[in-house]
Design a protein around this ligand. Sequence first.
Ligand SMILES: Nc1ncnc2c1ncn2[C@@H]1O[C@H](COP(=O)(O)OP(=O)(O)O)[C@@H](O)[C@H]1O
Ligand SMILES: [Mg+2]
Length: 252
Amino acid sequence: MAEVIIESKQLDLFYGYFQALKKINLQFETNQIAALIGPSGCGKSTFLRCLNRMNDLVDGVKIDGEVLYEKQDIYAPNTNLVELRKQIGMVFQQPNPFPFSVYDNVAFGLRLAGVKDKKLLDEKVEKSLRQAAVWEEVKDKLHTNALSFSGGQQQRICIARVLAVSPKIILLDEPTSALDPISSAKIEETLINLKKEYTIIMVTHNLAQASRISDKTVFFMDGQVVEAAATKKMFLNPEKTATADYLAGKFG
Ligand SMILES: Nc1ncnc2c1ncn2[C@@H]1O[C@H](COP(=O)(O)OP(=O)(O)O)[C@@H](O)[C@H]1O
Ligand SMILES: [Mg+2]
């Protein structure tokens, strides 16, 4: 039985006077892929960023309600943000490796945490790159600048960088929308393999992608959750007219 690892309760978010999230109540289970879908500007990225407190970096943001990660409120004042972001990693739309070698990218978080043992670093770097399904492509070029690889390879290197610090949850914001179809397929395959060990929450504007790889889909509109359900159920038999219309491509 899958257990809830992270949930939001009555979550509101304001950018100044503008309310971008309205009373969001959602639960996410371990070893599942959840897809967040909905029209542009509906609050998907905002919600995703709430889950590891990335919105704290934005000026004028006010948040009410709770986000419970392993039953602890991450907005409690004593939360260790460095530790939180290690456990809940984030991958962005544009691959953003640091401008140094593949090895140093993946080892970055571990070194930051004080790991110096070369053998341990080597092992972790290899394991993470294997999990991110990019090892075979980079193993002979570990000391080459990560920026010299293709976009798809860079994105998998970024996934490896997140995996290296042993997260429990991986957040991804449209991770394939800047990539070609072949690279996107590789990332999808990678995510399906990763859910055996991790919990994955992904924003995607690609409905086919959501239906292919996610277990659960959440449909957002105007800062609200219209419907959240098992992916098969939502795509075959949505409860709300708005969901049906969106899935049918009636609005963008
Ligand atoms: N830093 C910000 N400051 C002010 N408004 C923002 C900021 N980021 C997003 N918004 C607004 O919040 C709403 C939701 O944005 P976002 O979460 O990026 O939507 P989505 O990811 O679904 O496209 C939009 O109206 C957007 O313009
Ligand atoms: Mg977005």
